[in-house]
Write a protein that binds this ligand. Structure first.
Ligand code: NAG
Ligand code: NAG
Ligand code: NAG
Ligand code: NAG
Length: 374
């Protein structure tokens, strides 16, 4: 196995409990700010995770609009593992083959079994038991407005091939935050990554949940799930359903119709919307709140988005969100994850190829643009 020289260099340089200004690696905090003060973001190396994101509300005050912990070591130890704002991967089904085929696959040299952690052992949610969100990334570049983290995935969790990943977070004037991830593999392997952001655009100041947030998703269809929330290989047209956010609706506009939609007793959404547009110039998702006036437009190079209204959340809040006595609970945030088609690895009929190899690198990018509405 050949490791890139650069990567060996930075792993050697940064390994060990190297004390840094704010916290000890991998929980060292890096702050980046746009020169005009419109956006300030904080990160830790662990999972290349965003821990705080401060933007301006319509009153001129600033709010931290993402969930998280005051003690970032909870990213590793919180048994609830809500996955607050890291880079996660390599998502995949628990069993897959290369080239891809439908389940169930007979055993063979090209069939892989990954440790499973969701849906009673059928899926590998967020990259296995210890996915990239719980790996110790290292800083490879840092400036006042940008930070790049690197991670070497040496066939962890049973995936074929070594994958080298770099995640870059950048802020710009005008309320802009960009995250991009570049990953390259040494042999054929599935890669599907996302940035697992949990939003509350009021930051628990003036409202307690996101049911009144307005949501618009540029999508006419979602991936159909069975009663255990496992994809069936077909799509549902959102027209005249509770999934229709093609024109903006409040997230809670038909909340009573969402009982059981996300599997079992789960109320709300945890679904994969397929974007209608196939270029990344147009916002795929727009989210705003009348309370804070904060508006977020997300553009991405990804073809789909997972929207999860956080039914299963129960974790102490940050102090700035009213914690630690109050918890983040159901519907106090919405997770919005720009991603590929979920379960494409077991659905060859979609013709969506998520296998990467030398000469075909994986590229993920999203831009979050903040503004205010009155
Ligand atoms: C809530 O937001 C308003 C408007 O920005 C601000 O004046 C106030 O101090 C905030 N309250 C808290 C508790 O942060
Ligand atoms: C990553 O960091 C955690 C927390 O310091 C530590 O327990 C773990 O051993 C580290 N893992 C590796 C692979 O260095
Ligand atoms: C939703 O359900 C609750 C509890 O069953 C009920 O009180 C409420 O009136 C319903 N709302 C609408 C809009 O149907
Ligand atoms: C908050 O979450 C913690 C961790 O899950 C739990 O132990 C505690 O009981 C919760 N508190 C409340 C008030 O539900």
């Amino acid at each position: 196995m050949k490791l890139p020289v650069l990567l060996l260099g930075f792993l050697g340089l940064f390994h060990g409990n190297r004390a840094v200004e704010n916290g000890v690696w991998p929980f060292d905090v890096t702050t980046i700010s746009a020169p005009d003060g419109s956006v300030t973001a904080k990160f830790v190396s662990f999972g290349a995770t965003m821990t705080e994101l401060w933007v301006k509300d319509k009153f001129g005050g600033k709010r931290d609009v993402i969930l998280g912990y005051d003690d970032n070591t909870q990213l590793l130890t919180d048994p609830a593992h809500p996955v607050f704002n890291p880079i996660v991967g390599r998502d995949s089904s628990g069993t897959f083959s290369i080239p891809i085929t439908k389940l169930p696959q007979p055993d063979g040299p090209n069939v892989y079994h990954i440790p499973t952690n969701d849906h009673d052992g059928e899926d590998t949610l967020h990259g296995g038991i210890y996915g990239w969100d719980r790996r110790n990334w290292t800083i490879v570049h840092k400036s006042a407005t940008s930070v790049t983290y690197g991670h070497l995935d040496a066939a962890d969790e049973g995936f074929p091939g070594t994958v080298t990943a770099f995640a870059t977070h950048t802020v710009e004037n005008g309320g802009i935050l960009r995250t991009s991830v570049h990953a390259s593999a040494t042999e054929k392997t599935p890669i599907m990554l996302t940035q697992h952001m949990y939003w509350n655009l009021d930051a628990f100041n003036g409202s307690e949940n996101i049911l009144g947030h307005h949501l618009q998703v540029d999508s006419s269809k979602i991936v159909h799930l069975d009663g255990d929330a496992v994809p069936t290989g077909s799509f549902i047209n959102v027209e005249d359903t509770a999934f229709d956010f093609k024109t903006s609706q409040t997230i809670g506009h038909v909340w009573n119709e969402t009982v059981g939609l996300c599997g079992g007793e789960c109320q709300g959404y945890d679904h994969c919307w397929i974007y209608d547009h196939d270029e990344s110039k147009k916002p795929g998702v727009t989210l705003w709140s009348d309370v804070s006036g904060i508006k977020l437009d997300i553009t991405t190079n990804q073809p789909a988005v997972q929207v999860y209204t956080a039914y299963w959340l129960n974790t102490p809040r940050k102090v700035v969100h009213g914690g630690p006595d109050l918890n983040y609970t159901s519907w106090t945030a919405v997770a919005i994850e720009q991603e590929g088609y979920i379960d494409a690895i077991n659905t060859p009929e979609w013709g969506v190829d998520q296998i990467y190899y030398p000469g075909k690198d994986f590229e993920w990018s999203s831009t979050y643009k903040f503004s205010t509405v009155s």
